[in-house]
Design a protein around this ligand. Structure first.
Ligand code: ZN
Length: 92
């Protein structure tokens, strides 16, 4: 049975766009809240962009869904919950 990876690709692309918009907004508005909160938000957006971009790259390379630590196939339920997951539930 073929897994609907395309659904996850859509979700990842959507998440990537959201994180990118958020980072743009933060950068445009500058630090209006306290610097610690601002830095944390920028960092969260950057991490979100990196996570989703890496997952999309793994999809195009054909390594998506494989645990980077033990090489096992990551459970579908885990990928559905965390589409950018790089490790199986045992290795995370
Ligand atoms: Zn593993």
């Amino acid at each position: 049975m073929q897994q609907p990876v395309e659904l996850l690709r859509d979700r990842l692309e959507h998440a990537f766009a959201i994180h990118t918009n958020r980072l743009n907004e933060l950068t445009l508005r500058g630090s209006m809240t306290d610097p610690t909160t601002f830095e944390a938000r920028v960092e969260a957006a950057r991490r979100g962009i990196a996570n989703t971009a890496q997952a999309l790259r793994r999809m195009s390379e054909g390594t998506y869904g494989r645990c980077e630590a033990c090489g096992t196939t990551i459970a579908w339920q885990r990928l559905e919950a965390v589409p950018h997951a790089r490790h199986c539930s045992d290795c995370r």
